[in-house]
Design a protein around this ligand. Structure first.
Ligand SMILES: [Zn+2]
Ligand SMILES: [Zn+2]
Length: 315
């Protein structure tokens, strides 16, 4: 019998969704397992000097793993996004990232992210004997979302009504989208309202020191056009605010569709992720031995850390 081997990891996962068996809904092999050991291949020259360390041990990688999985699915499922994302993340990074994921070289994928995108202050590292330990314990917004360069950059101009204001005209840029739940409840669609609130023009009391003017904010706009995907930081939302998570979202006059979410378990301080492929939801948790599972219904998104939406095509 000839066994057909699909080309990419994505195609393999997609095939497993179609051929899924009711008894065992997990993908046949783990993807992006928690942690990892990266061995440094020392060349001839390196042997003559004593190496400082020969392997890198990764810990608490769940602060990047779920997002790396979602990023991979987004890129493989939307060929058109490659070029767009390459503008922000670098062509070489995007190509190398896809190649490593498809080669199931998961520790190297994590190293690529850590060494390419994270800054040294974002993780702890220590040398134990001949190993460098990198501990990513912390917050996934800092470890992943804030390192997406200018992908989600937005700008909002503002001016103060008082001539004596120490900072009368301002242009404030943000590289992430952190939304807070609306104060007045109930709301039919609180997430859409919160996103609208983030972008809409508004009047607020000026917060400059000693100023009692009124500050007028313009409409917030994306600095580089509507990005291929957006991550909404949902840290401020409690489960009771999340009874309704919209599948469609209007963002700055563009339509976005729900792609996935990252979930946070407070007691274990651990992140996992959910995402959909062809309308079927999957749950990824790097700590589980069968770490990718096909869900039989959409997950309950009550312990949200982030929501990920992709831009709908203009058809
Ligand atoms: Zn002012
Ligand atoms: Zn964890």
């Amino acid at each position: 019998m000839c066994r057909f081997r699909p080309k990419t990891l994505f195609e393999e996962i997609r095939a497993s969704i179609i051929n899924n068996d009711e008894e065992d809904r997990s993908f046949w092999r783990p993807v992006l397992p928690w942690g990892g050991v990266f061995t440094i291949k020392a060349g001839r020259k390196a042997i003559s000097c004593i190496p400082l360390y020969v392997e890198v041990q990764l810990k608490n990688t769940c602060t990047i793993d779920g997002f790396l999985m979602i990023l991979y699915v987004i890129l493989r499922d939307n060929q058109g996004f490659h070029r767009e994302l390459a503008v922000f993340l670098g062509k070489q990074f995007v190509e190398h990232f896809l190649y490593l994921m498809d080669s199931c070289d998961y520790t190297t994928v994590k190293m690529l992210w850590i060494w390419n995108k994270m800054s040294k202050r974002q993780y702890r590292s220590e040398i134990h004997q001949a190993a460098l330990e990198i501990d990513l314990f912390g917050n996934e917004h800092e470890n992943f979302t804030e390192n997406l360069e200018n992908l989600m950059s937005t700008a909002q101009e503002s001016s103060c009504s008082s001539c004596d204001c120490p900072g009368r005209f301002q242009n404030i840029r943000k590289t992430t989208i952190n939304i807070s739940p609306p104060h007045e409840l109930p709301h039919k669609d609180p997430i859409q309202s919160a996103v609208d609130q983030f972008f809409r023009p508004k009047l607020l009391l000026c917060s400059e020191l000693g100023c009692d003017g009124i500050r007028e904010f313009s409409q917030r706009v994306f600095c580089h056009g509507p990005p291929p995907f957006v991550i909404l930081n949902m840290q401020q939302w409690r489960s009771e605010d999340l009874s309704y998570v919209p599948y469609h979202l209007a963002l700055c006059q563009h339509r976005y569709l729900l792609e996935g979410a990252t979930l946070f378990n407070k007691e274990e301080h651990h992140y996992s992720a959910a995402f959909q492929i062809d309308g079927c939801w999957m749950h990824y948790d790097g700590l589980r031995s069968d770490n990718l599972i096909l869900l039989n219904k959409p997950p309950e998104l009550l312990l949200l850390s982030s929501l990920v939406y992709i831009r709908a095509s203009d058809k």
